[in-house]
Design a protein around this ligand. Structure first.
Ligand code: APR
Length: 174
């Protein structure tokens, strides 16, 4: 179901969608990278709500309001840190995407934007991450017609190229 998947280059904090996903850490108390950008754009109320959530386990997801962001909700998910691939990293990354989409559907979100989870500070190899992300999203959309569109919002052209390739490979399979 790849017609409802799009790959764009941009800043996820600027997207007017039902939910944006935050590549968080297990504390949910903010950080650098996209986590820092989302908290800066959302304002202090986001952190205040996150403090009430008691953290989040790697691969799981929790939802908050969007506050000063144009997005209605933020779905926070701690991705796995890459340690070479023998620590269940690939399954945990797939769980991030699946659990975020499950929460989005449960909360009536029809448009969801993802950053490239774990491929920054957490050093997950981009080719593997892109294949896992696109495969998990496409599989989920096949059984969830209520979700209208899922986008990967890539911060740079190099990242976008990997997601474009992963989407093309999935479309070739279909
Ligand atoms: N919009 C979209 N993507 C962004 C943005 C943005 N505004 N800012 C950064 N990114 C991209 C990065 O370029 C990278 O491709 O998000 C991707 C994920 O990188 P990180 O933010 O480093 O996230 P991750 O690798 O999952 O590491 C998470 O970093 O910031 C801390 O608190 C966070 O501890 C957690 C860790």
């Amino acid at each position: 179901m790849t017609t409802r998947i799009e790959i764009i280059q941009g800043d996820i904090t600027k997207q007017t969608v039902d939910a944006i996903v935050n590549a968080a850490n297990t504390s949910l108390l903010g950080g650098g990278g996209v986590d820092g950008a989302i908290h800066r754009a959302a304002g202090p109320e986001l952190l205040a709500e996150c403090r009430t959530l008691n953290g989040c386990r790697t691969g799981e997801a929790k939802i908050t309001g969007g506050y000063r962001l144009p997005a209605k909700h933020v779905i926070h998910t701690p991705g796995p840190v890459w340690h070479g691939g023998r620590n269940n990293e690939e399954a945990l990354l797939a769980s991030c995407y699946r659990n975020c989409l499950t929460l989005a559907a449960e909360n009536g979100c029809k448009t969801v934007d993802f950053p490239s989870i774990s491929t920054g500070v957490y050093h997950f190899p981009l080719d593997k991450a892109a294949a896992i992300a696109i495969g998990t999203i496409a599989d989920f959309l096949e059984t969830h017609p209520e979700l209208e569109r899922v986008r990967m919002v890539c911060f740079d052209a190099r990242t976008k190229a990997f997601y474009d390739a992963a989407l093309a490979a999935r479309e070739a399979r279909a």
